[in-house]
Design a protein around this ligand. Sequence first.
Ligand code: DC
Length: 227
Amino acid sequence: MENKHYAIAIDGPAAAGKSTIAKRVAQALGFTYVDTGAMYRAFTNAVIKKGLDPHDEQQAVTLIPGMEIDLLEDGRVICNGEDVTKVIREPLISGNVSYIAAMKPVRLALVDMQRAIATKHSVVMDGRDIGTYVLPNADVKIFQTASVETRAIRRYEENMQKGIPTSLEDVKADLRKRDYIDSHRDFAPLKPAVDSILIDTSFFSIDQAVDAVLQAVKKKLGGLPTC
Ligand code: DC
């Protein structure tokens, strides 16, 4: 008999620390980490690189056929054979990705890829619609949030470390804009699943946030799963 594949969904607004926490939780459980935001970012980069308008759905959808996005175990993101790991974190991509992520045909194509990964592996998948749409039967659903001030400072410091020049005010404005677009789009908007566990990390260290998620998993599943 095949082993059960577990799915842990972590949703929440931009820069709530989801990827850092999800990665650590995946590591602790031996699961595959799936950064779905990186997929929307890679698609956005492909659109811009081709000289297409990221606000124009008719133009953007022409890239769906043949689009290949691979999330490697070492964290690299490969789009149609090209390593886009660094470029997808640039402000140009962050500023446009919400428009691409609001396009239903793009979402359907990327959701297919996300579900395919979850059928083959036990996953910790982070995004906006994982618990509500991508994996509605996920074993554990977390909605991770933090105040916009905390999130802006975290993202700003992350950008500084990566050598991406930004100001704190610009980061905060971008987060507010993205949160608005992500939670007001028609199809699969950002919102907590009714059966999600809310974790506010505003005053948590990374270790405390990881621990809170692992405790929630333990409580929901009666112990920590292994794959
Ligand atoms: O998590 P992130 O900042 O890398 O996500 C980039 C954008 O992609 C974000 O503005 C919302 C969108 N996104 C989405 O709509 N659905 C997901 N499952 C993941 C990300």
